[in-house]
Write a new protein. Structure first.
Length: 359
């Protein structure tokens, strides 16, 4: 067994990569030339890992770009084979929230779009633009339904086993400008757009669906997606968790106290960190990590690490940080006055194959 294969298996055994990642890395070096084994072991490891990283990065970026540019909404509504004989209609359902103080709201859709915003009204209203196959679905069908049970409200397509394959819809939900106890949004092949929402607990989950969220205030928020990009702007709260596979993550004007961001095969961009932020934990297997600190003035500790590449200290702003510690593929930088017992910002940026840039 070659040394490079042994190295990959060692990485797998130590839990630094998954089984799928190990297979991809082994495939990427299968046809490559062997290195001179007379070199120093650390130099050999560095050169092999650079080669693996470059090969894997090209493959993953191509796949990620293709997924991010695909319009699942358009595909679902226009090219579904079940809609050769299609008709279009609209439906509106609503619920009065005036007497409800602690609302738990759930919204779901499939093969369409979800758009959520607010208005100056106590009514929760859901509007559906429907495309259906009139050979299998009666024109009198409800298509969308709203269910109420105490403080809980559920909005979802009215799928029945006999007709669920023969219609889909774009869903617009308009909410009162009030604080919701919890808000859960789930989609498959349905892009999610949200703005001006307040909730104690927020959970946004999607598959093959881009997420675009603006002006959100949530005590705890978790945003998760598969095969799609996530874009967040003007986010407030205590805890913010963001995770996606095969997608880029952009966060602009964040003021959540604790921010945890994770992606595979995608970049992480944090643009303008507000003074309320206490920690940024950023992880990407195959993507670059970039942090723009904006005008933040409180003391900062930044830990940047990669598995493949050597950290370039020039990418850790010299105008901000005054003290540096380096070890292997890791840099820890401090600004003046940093004290772990005082108000501060801690940044942990970790990527296997990409680069880290903090300015």
């Amino acid at each position: 067994m070659t040394d490079d294969k042994k190295l990959i298996l060692k990485m797998l055994k130590e839990g630094k990569i998954t089984e799928e990642e190990a297979i991809m890395l082994l495939d990427s070096i299968q046809s490559g030339p062997r290195r001179d084994r007379k070199n120093n072991q650390s130099e050999f490891e560095t050169s092999i890992l650079d080669k693996i990283g470059e090969s894997f990065a090209k493959f993953s970026k191509s796949a990620s770009d293709m997924i991010n540019s695909f319009d699942f909404d358009d595909f679902a509504l226009k090219y579904n084979s079940n809609y050769k004989s299609k008709s279009e209609t609209e439906r509106v359902v609503s619920a009065d929230s005036a007497e409800k103080e602690n609302i738990d709201l759930e919204i779901s859709n499939r093969d369409g779009k979800i758009e959520i915003y607010t208005w100056d009204n106590d009514t929760i209203e859901a509007r559906a633009n429907v495309v259906y196959n009139d050979k299998f679905v009666p024109a009198s069908s409800d298509f969308i339904k709203i269910e109420e049970e105490d403080e809980k409200i559920i909005i979802k397509p009215d799928f029945a086993k006999k007709n669920e394959r023969y219609f889909n819809l774009n869903l617009t939900v308009i909410l009162p400008k009030k604080l919701f106890r919890s808000l859960k949004v789930n989609s498959t092949n349905s892009n999610i757009i949200m703005r001006n929402i307040k909730a104690e607990d927020l959970l946004i989950s999607s598959t093959n669906s881009r997420i675009n969220i603006n002006d959100i205030n949530a005590k705890t928020a978790r945003i998760e997606s598969t095969n799609a990009r996530i874009y967040l702007e003007d986010i407030e709260g205590e805890n913010l968790e963001i995770e996606t596979t095969n997608g880029k993550i952009d966060v602009v004007d964040v003021s959540s106290n604790k921010v945890n961001v994770k992606t595979t095969n995608g970049a992480i961009n944090i643009n303008t960190v507000k003074p309320e932020v206490e920690s940024l934990d950023l992880k990407s297997f195959n993507g670059n990590i970039s942090v723009n600190l904006g005008e933040i003035t409180k003391p900062i500790k930044a830990k940047a690490s990669t598995f493949i590449k050597t950290i370039d200290t020039n990418n850790i702003s010299n105008s901000l940080f005054t003290n540096y510690l380096t070890e292997d593929n890791m840099v820890i930088a401090f600004t003046d006055g940093y004290d772990e017992n005082e108000d501060r910002l801690d940044i942990n940026a970790d990527t296997h194959i990409g680069s880290v840039n903090i300015k």
